[in-house]
Design a protein around this ligand. Structure first.
Ligand SMILES: Cc1ncc(COP(=O)(O)O)c(C=O)c1O
Length: 373
């Protein structure tokens, strides 16, 4: 009797692959030799420089941080400062990962949830410029959902028209930064380099900001509010990235071109498989969104319910990455908000499908067949 062919497990919704121990080792040896483990060590400085060069940005346009959340906190404190009694609110889209709202809370703000346009998955800057709460708002936090390209020029106009600080949560938008050299003097972007993102240091993040004082400001804020000397001069936090994390990032940069090609290859497989299943046009993939996501946009909530029911029944992994919007989460449920029809529509119709840099057609075909019904 011949043994049945081994059954491959369905792919998890996200399966990161970071550089191997062997690829990181030469950088770790440099840390062993220098005995400089954190606090702006040589590897961190080198990673900042290489990232700026890769993105075609001036040196010091980017400050590495311990996480994307730390980058958000630092950028809020640098541009808006902590909340005040006169301006207690932060305007935040509900269609996001909770870190956006948590970062605002850590800076003392009370989130006020606003809606997004389902077409762009982003806030409408013109609508926000007329928002009734503006006079009580200290900071506005648009989100580049799934790493889509943020309309930086529109956010700069929003900042100029309202005089209110704007910080873009561009957690997953690193590839858009590279493709479009995104940088602004007025509006900082916060990036995440978490393991699930396309470029990663394991945990990590960065503030991207073109203001002359931006680099020194962020570096001070993430270092307890001091840089030279040890006297705290501003609000701050410990938001530093260690040189160990920088080692992972440097090893990642060494293989970045091959990784980008592999990610584009997976997106091409997805498109072909979707066409074979009659789902062409329904997928959102790189380069429109970050290569860390493969999203199925359903016609309506009832189609989405059918898709998720079939995926679950066949043991396939899927995720609503932004759940039902953060306004539905227990911690945020009592906070003030606008009507959120765009958020509700996206939450009901957008389904995250498995992604990985080494996903094969054999692994993703059954997922799309199940999704198609
Ligand atoms: C939209 C968004 N904002 C913020 C974050 C937080 O980034 P980090 O996990 O690096 O703190 C994430 C992470 O997934 C995110 O997706």
């Amino acid at each position: 009797m011949t043994a049945p062919p081994p059954k491959t497990a369905p792919p998890p919704v996200n399966r990161p692959l970071l550089p191997s121990a062997a690829q990181i080792a030469p950088y770790l040896e440099r840390i062993d030799a220098s005995r400089w483990y954190t606090n702006r060590g040589p590897l961190l400085v080198e990673l900042e420089q290489r990232l700026c060069a890769l993105a075609g940005l001036p040196e010091q346009a980017l400050t590495l941080t311990a996480s994307g959340t730390a980058a958000l906190e630092a950028a809020i404190l640098a541009t808006a400062g902590p909340a005040s009694a006169a301006r207690p609110h932060a305007l935040i889209p509900s269609y996001t990962f909770p870190a956006t709202a948590l970062a605002a809370e850590r800076c003392g703000y009370r989130p006020w949830f606003v809606d997004v346009d389902p077409a762009t998955m982003a806030v409408d800057p013109r609508a926000l410029a007329r928002h009734p709460q503006l006079a009580r708002c200290g900071v506005i936090l648009p989100v580049a959902a799934y790493g889509m390209r943020p309309d930086l020029a529109a956010y700069e106009r929003l900042r100029a028209e309202t005089g209110i600080a704007v910080v873009v949560d561009a957690a997953a938008a690193f590839e858009q930064v590279l493709a479009h050299r995104l940088i602004s003097e007025q509006v900082p972007l916060a990036l995440s380099f978490h393991a699930t993102k396309s470029f990663s240091t394991g945990e990590g993040g960065a503030v991207l900001w073109g203001a002359a004082e931006g680099y020194a400001e962020i570096s001070r804020i993430i270092n307890f509010g001091f840089l030279e000397g040890r006297e705290t001069r501003s609000p701050g936090l410990n938001g530093k990235l260690s040189d160990y994390h920088a080692a992972v990032g440097l090893a990642m940069l060494d293989i970045w071109p091959e990784r980008q090609a592999a990610q584009a290859g997976v997106a091409a497989l997805y498109r072909r498989s979707a066409a074979d299943c009659g789902l062409d046009g329904a997928l959102l993939l790189t380069p429109e969104v970050s290569s860390a996501y493969a999203l199925l946009r359903c016609r309506d909530a009832s189609q989405a319910a059918g898709v998720t029911e079939r995926l679950t029944r066949r043991g396939m992994d899927w995720r609503r990455w932004y759940e039902g919007g953060v306004h539905r989460m227990r911690h945020f449920a009592a906070l003030p908000r606008d009507a959120l029809p765009g958020t509700e529509e996206l939450a009901a119709t957008l389904i995250g499908l498995p992604t990985a840099i080494d996903l094969s057609r054999d692994a993703l075909d059954p997922v799309l067949r199940a999704a198609a019904g």
